[in-house]
Each structure stands twice: as structure tokens, then as C-alpha cells.
Design a protein around this ligand. Structure first.
Ligand code: GLC
Ligand code: CA
Length: 600
């Protein structure tokens, strides 16, 4: 089956499914802590295990990476302007080290008119003064490295800002040397664009430029003109920008909107589909502007370039794909010569606790990717936070623990988004006047945009949640900060933050959770998702069981087919109240409970 067969997801469709979600309240706090059995002496120490782990295991670091996405505007402000900055990230590196993240991905911090909050870049080889200086960035790299934390840059190769010097030249005349760096075409008549392609952010994807009386193409805002990747000079310029950062020592790139690199050269219309999208435009197929086969040629060239650097630099793709076959293509298939980690959006964005769906998707990633590591993700700066996509209004905290457990106990590299670990909730703007995101301005009131998942990090119960000393922060601080914050949760044994920390520790240190095959067990149970992480050596394996319902469930396991003889499991981590020793013939799981235990 071809992955270009028309049933792929568009990014718009993706976001449609997520709008207008109800905001859940923080669940009740349990008394006491979780049942957590520390296995090795390393637990509780702040030292990040990157170096020791890679010494033990020669596989590249990214295979087991926990990558933490930082939205710099919202992480930590140090100069009091209400917007986060590079110094703020440096200030919080100790926290990130205590979380044991292996890498941070910074959404764009390059000079930008900020029309799409940094995703409109006007200079690819500099730092926006709003965030600091290049010297600050160099200090960040060094300070992160000292804590074994790698830095991954966001690379926007599909488009630039309309304020980029490249575009300014390009639009200046029809015959300038950079004219063909962008996609200029004649219209179909006065005021009629070249075809029916739509912008992700609403309206036509073409804007008329009176200077030269032609239209330019933009998949996103008019302020984000698409580069013409059929021009080799574009590839050269963009690869040079990548080299600039690789030479500095960054660990790799998160490739923004990468399936959108190429468009149909014949400019054929997209097929119109029934219904309308989040901003009220008719739904359109995305076959002429996404996932064109040419993009894979560029990915192979980019991989060769990145591989010419020492130190296992990594390429992560923003790949919203609808099926496992196209996922495999982004790795480069059997040759594995494209991205190391194209994001898997199929597991994290199921958006309901459906045991069968999760089982199928996780199992596909395990068995149909030719052994490559999937990169799972539940949260990012473009989607309603997972807390609000999976909540039921009653068991939200327990459900958030399930989300964390799926992310961190499956065989996968993992992406986390700041605030996910403390249970930050989506806090959409209340009035149109408050909206910052251009997507929200266009979509209001039906679609309120992405501000809700971009609110400032909640560090403590003090002023502005410890994010900033400013009178006004760029987005308001959510009301939840008094109880949902790093400082408070650090001291609560049963907090979501401590749940994440326990899971991250297990994931890094337990050999079965680190390297074991992911085998589904009790595959026809509609209520409880269970899998075994099979120890690759002779040691114990790990059984993970999660009750996806609001009713207690009793399950029994026969793991003999998997070579497990014992009839008992010993808890490694479980919700409060769980027994240390569990009879595998009779496992009682309270509503939305998680049980993680060793079996031999
Ligand atoms: C990616 C980014 C998103 C941005 C878009 C256009 O999807 O994650 O935030 O708006 O690309 O650059
Ligand atoms: Ca494009």
C-alpha cells in the first residue's frame, strides 16, 4: 500500500479534532506517595545518566532519548519583560537535569518579526535580541553540556519570514537572482490566485504582490512565504544554516513542517472534501502540497550532511502521518538513511483512552518499523495539552499518570513538552482581544488558537508563578499555578511531577524498560492495556498494566508463552494503595490505575 494514497492526515484535520475541548479540573490529591521501588543505588541522585548509560550501551544516545521541548517565550523570563529568554533556560538547567532529560529542543529563537512566534525566521544564523545574544546561546550550550543535556534547534526549512533579506530581494523584481528562491506564479485572472490551495491558517495560500504583479505561495501565513526547494540554491543556503549550528555543537534539529517542503510543479488543484476546517474554510485534500516524494531526496542529502559530523547528531521530524507505512518511509525504509526520529503522532493523539487503539498503534510501532525506534509524543506547542484531551473531569490526575506511563514505559524515544510533567492545563484566551496566535485570531471564536498550551511555565506559587517579575506577562498565568507548580509538587510524594521522575528513572535504569521488546499481552481485553517489556538478557522482565476505565478491573495473566514462569509480579511503580506482591492470576486494578512490576 502506498503511503501517498490519499488517506493521510492533514495537519489541519489533526487540529480540528482537538479544538473546543473542555478544561478539566485538577483531580483530588492522594495522601501518601506512590509505591516506588528503587532498584539501583543511582536513584535519587541528581547526576544525569547520559554518559554512564552510553558507556554501558554503545547504541546512539537518541535511541533512548528523552527530549524536552521548551517554548522559550514561556519558560523563564530573566530581564523582566514578560517574555522568556535564553538566560532563563540556563537558570532552569538544574531542574532539567533533575528530571534527567537528555536533550532540550528549543522552538525558534532566531531573529523574527514574531508573526508566528518565531516560525517566521528572518535570519537563520543569529539570535533574536528578545531572547538574548549569541554569547548567551554559547553559554547555554556549554552549561547544558556540563549537565549532559544536548541542545536541539528548531529548523524551519519550508518557509522564511517575508522580512528575510532573501524574500525582500525575491519580491523586488521578476528577474532578480533570488526570484526563483520562492514560488511566484501568475494568477488566473485579475484577483484570482493560481489555484485553490489553502493556507493552514485560513484563506488562500497565495498572496498577490503588486510590485511584480505575481502571486507567491505560502502554506502558512502570508508573512511566511514558502521556499522553492526545486532550486538547488535554496538547499545550499538552508544546509549552510544547518552547518552553522552544527559547527557550534548543537545535537541536531527538529525539522518544522517538513512534509510540506515540495508542491506539485503543475499546480493542480486540491480536491475539495466535505465539511469545513477549524477556521471555516472548506476541507481540502493535501496531496499537492504535502508528502511529495521529492522531500525524501532532500532528507537523504540532509542526513548525509548531518552524519558527516561526529557525535550522533539527530534529525527529528514534525511528521503528522496517518499510517505506519508512511512513518517507515521517513526513516528511509530499510536503508535508514533519512530521519532517525520522525515523530509518531499516531499513538499520542488518539485522544481517548481506548485500549484497543493504543494496543494496535503501539504494536505497529514495535513490529512494523523494521526495528527502528519510534518517537512518541503527547504534547507540543500546537495542540491542546494531553491533560485536556484525555481527561474525564473526575479522574484527571490518574489519567495524566496513565499518559505518562504509556509515554515512558513503551519501547520508544520520547518527547515531553514543558509543564506536561506537572499537569499544566490548557488555558485558552477568554476574549479575541487577548489572542496572540494568528491561527486563533483567524479561527475565533470557533477555534481559539494555540495560546492555551503556550502559557508560562508554573515554577512556584509566587508572583507570576515564578516565571517573570513583569507587571504583565506575554500570555496570562493560568489560575492553576497556586497548586500546580514545580516547587509544590517537588515536595509532594504523590505529585504528577514525582510520578514522572519515577518513570524516567525506571526508563533509564531498568534494562527491560530500556531495551526490552514490547509485547502486548491479554490482547483482547477492551479495558486494560497490558504489555510486557521483555528483558533482552536473563534478568527480570517488566509487566505494565493500565486500567483505562472508571471501574475496578480484575485481570489475570499467563505469561508462560513469553518464557515467564513466575505467578507473581513485584511492583516497581504503582498507584498509591497497590500491593508490593501481586498474584498474576488475580490482579485488581482500581479505576485508571497503573501497575508496573517485575516478572521473571
Ligand atoms: C509547525 C510549528 C507551528 C508553526 C508551523 C508553521 O507546525 O510547530 O507552531 O505555526 O509549523 O511554521
Ligand atoms: Ca512548501
Amino acid at each position: 500500500m502506498s503511503s501517498f494514497s490519499g488517506n493521510k492526515f492533514s495537519r489541519t484535520a489533526f487540529r480540528i479534532a482537538k479544538r473546543n475541548l473542555t478544561i478539566g479540573l485538577i483531580g483530588t490529591c492522594l495522601a501518601g506517595g506512590f509505591l516506588f521501588a528503587a532498584e539501583s543505588s543511582g536513584l535519587g541522585q541528581s547526576a544525569n545518566s547520559v554518559s554512564s548509560a552510553s558507556a554501558k550501551n554503545s547504541s546512539p544516545w537518541w535511541k533512548h532519548a528523552l527530549v524536552y521541548e521548551i517554548y522559550p517565550r514561556s519558560f523563564q523570563d530573566t530581564n523582566g519583560d514578560g517574555i522568556g529568554d535564553i538566560d532563563g533556560i540556563i537558570r532552569r538547567l538544574d531542574y532539567l537535569q533533575s528530571l534527567r532529560v537528555n536533550a532540550i529542543w528549543l522552538t525558534p529563537i532566531y531573529p523574527s518579526p514574531q508573526k508566528d512566534f518565531g516560525y517566521d525566521i528572518s535570519n537563520y544564523e543569529a539570535i533574536d535580541p528578545m531572547f538574548g545574544t549569541m554569547a548567551d546561546f554559547d553559554r547555554l550550550l556549554a552549561a547544558a553540556k556540563a549537565r549532559h543535556i544536548r541542545v536541539i534547534m528548531d529548523m524551519v526549512m519550508n518557509h522564511t519570514s517575508d522580512q528575510s533579506p532573501w524574500f525582500k530581494v525575491s519580491r523586488s523584481s521578476r528577474n532578480n537572482p533570488k526570484r526563483d528562491w520562492y514560488i511566484w506564479r501568475d494568477g488566473k485572472g485579475p484577483g484570482i490566485p493560481p489555484n485553490n490551495w489553502q493556507s493552514e491558517f485560513g484563506g488562500s495560500a497565495w498572496t498577490y504582490d503588486p510590485t511584480t504583479k505575481q502571486w507567491y505561495y505560502h502554506k502558512f501565513l502570508a508573512a511566511q512565504p514558502d521556499l522553492n526547494w526545486r532550486n538547488p540554491a535554496v538547499e545550499k543556503a538552508m544546509f549552510d544554516a544547518c552547518r552553522f549550528w552544527l559547527d557550534k555543537g548543537v545535537a541536531g534539529f527538529r525539522l518544522d513542517a517538513i512534509p510540506e517542503l515540495f508542491e506539485d510543479p503543475e499546480l493542480r488543484n486540491e480536491k475539495i472534501l466535505p465539511g469545513t476546517n477549524e477556521v471555516g474554510d472548506p476541507n481540502e485534500e493535501q496531496n499537492r502540497t504535502e508528502n511529495l516524494p521529492e522531500v525524501h531526496v532532500v532528507m537523504r542529502a540532509l542526513r548525509r550532511m548531518v552524519d558527516s559530523y561526529p557525535g550522533d547528531r539527530v534529525l527529528i521530524g514534525e511528521t503528522y502521518l496517518s499510517n505506519i507505512q508512511s512513518q517507515l518511509e521517513w526513516y528511509g525504509g530499510k536503508a535508514h538513511n533519512e530521519l532517525q526520529l520522525p515523530m509518531d503522532m499516531q499513538v499520542g493523539f488518539i485522544d481517548r483512552l481506548d485500549a484497543n487503539e493504543f494496543r494496535t498503534k503501539i504494536n505497529q510501532a514495535e513490529t512494523e518499523l523494521d526495528g527502528y525506534m519510534p518517537l512518541f509524543v503527547f504534547d507540543n506547542h500546537d495542540n491542546t495539552r494531553s491533560w485536556n484531551r484525555y481527561d474525564d473531569g473526575k479522574h484527571d490526575a490518574a489519567i495524566a499518570r496513565i499518559v505518562a506511563a504509556i509515554l515512558l514505559t513503551t519501547r520508544s524515544a520520547d518527547l515531553m513538552y514543558y509543564g506536561q510533567e506537572i499537569g499544566m492545563v490548557t488555558t485558552p484566551p477568554k476574549t479575541l482581544a487577548e489572542v496572540q496566535d494568528p491561527d486563533g485570531i483567524r479561527g475565533w471564536p470557533k477555534f481559539k488558537g494555540r495560546d492555551g498550551e503556550r502559557t508560562p511555565m508554573q515554577w512556584d506559587p509566587g508572583k507570576n508563578a515564578g516565571f517573570s517579575t513583569a507587571a504583565k506577562t506575554w500570555l496570562p498565568i493560568p489560575a492553576s499555578y497556586k497548586t500546580v507548580n514545580v516547587q509544590l509538587e517537588s515536595g509532594q510524594p504523590d505529585s504528577l511531577l514525582n510520578w514522572y521522575k519515577h518513570l524516567i528513572t525506571l526508563r533509564a535504569e531498568n534494562p527491560a524498560l530500556r531495551d526490552g521488546q514490547n509485547i502486548m499481552v491479554n490482547p483482547s481485553d477492551p479495558n486494560v492495556l497490558s504489555y510486557l517489556r521483555k528483558n533482552p538478557g536473563a534478568g527480570p522482565s517488566v509487566l505494565v498494566a493500565m486500567n483505562f476505565t472508571d471501574q475496578p478491573q480484575t485481570v489475570s495473566y499467563n505469561l508462560q508463552a513469553q518464557g515467564i514462569q513466575t505467578t507473581h509480579a513485584t511492583a516497581l511503580l504503582a498507584d498509591q494503595g497497590a500491593a508490593k506482591e501481586v498474584d498474576l492470576n488475580h490482579v485488581i486494578l482500581p479505576p485508571f490505575a497503573v501497575f508496573i512490576g517485575t516478572v521473571q
